[in-house]
Design a protein around this ligand. Structure first.
Ligand code: ADP
Ligand code: MG
Length: 255
């Protein structure tokens, strides 16, 4: 199992949209994928059509209560895509885990029994650098950072990459950066072009060639509980996530 984490401590940058549609993109390539929704909002779970009443047992029970992982994983409507749902109890994770020894590696440990069942694990992280994100970075082989092309996003990026280095220093193992993904790109805005160029100049090949443009179909799909490929497979959003999936696979093969 290759584990990927979508990480950015800023909210609203496209983590969940990218986690859901990258997971679905990998399934479309024939891989068996587990999506772990580590956000208390449960947005990734709801985006795949799970109902709010049906989010537990999920990630919270497995990570915080020691609930067996197999009993918490459920199938989604997408054949080949399973999910560990996110729920509001994840909001207490920092508090509950703070006294646990090995608190940075709980997720990695509890996922042990199902590693052989999947080709990929895709983790959707909360908008913080708290213990759940640290656990995701400890579990992941690679992390991806969705980033919107605006000035404040750039500032946050430096803090984020520093935080990942701290995790690596503290526990000796952490994910490698697979790439930064520019999301919600709107080329009608001058600031977009400027910042995109700045990011590409500064981070070079660490930035995925594929850009995810602003696309209303990507915004609509979650309310129908569908991935972009099922909601509108011909949309620019679907095309972008197909291209990102290919680029992710290529980068992993080269790594
Ligand atoms: P995060 O998980 O980082 O908070 P989301 O993926 O939930 O970010 O995205 C935030 C909002 O922006 C959501 O309403 C989502 O539907 C919307 N969104 C995400 N990506 C796009 C895009 N490329 N085009 C248009 N809307 C988008
Ligand atoms: Mg999210």
């Amino acid at each position: 199992m290759i584990a990927l984490a979508l990480v950015n401590n800023k909210g609203g940058v496209g983590k969940t949209t990218s986690a859901v549609n990258l997971a679905a993109g990998l399934v479309a390539e024939g891989y068996k994928v587990l999506l772990a929704d580590l956000d208390a909002q449960g947005s990734a779970s709801l985006s795949l059509g799970l109902s709010r009443a049906d989010l537990s047992p999920g990630a919270a029970e497995v990570v915080l209560d020691g609930h067996p992982v197999r009993g918490a994983i459920r199938a989604t409507y997408v054949e080949g895509l399973d999910i560990l749902a996110g729920s509001v109890r994840l909001a207490s994770a920092d508090l509950i885990l703070s006294n646990v020894t090995g608190r940075e590696a709980v997720l990695r440990a509890v996922l042990g029994p199902i590693r052989a069942d999947y080709d990929f694990l895709v983790m959707d992280c909360p908008p913080s650098l708290g213990l759940l994100t640290v656990n995701a970075l400890t579990t992941a082989d690679y992390f991806l950072v969705p980033i919107t092309p605006d000035y404040l996003a750039l500032e946050g990026l430096v803090n984020l990459l520093d935080a990942v280095d701290r995790v690596r220093t503290n526990i000796g193992k952490a994910a490698d950066l697979l790439g930064l993904v520019l999301t919600m790109v709107d080329h009608r805005l001058n600031v977009t072009a400027e910042i995109s160029e700045l990011i590409r100049r500064h981070y070079g090949r660490q930035v995925f060639r594929t850009e995810i443009r602003g696309n209303v179909r990507l915004k609509e799909a979650p309310s129908y509980g569908r991935t972009i490929f099922d909601y509108d497979r011909g949309s620019t959003g679907a095309e972008a996530y197909r291209a990102l999936t290919q680029e992710v696979l290529t980068r992993i093969k080269k790594a």
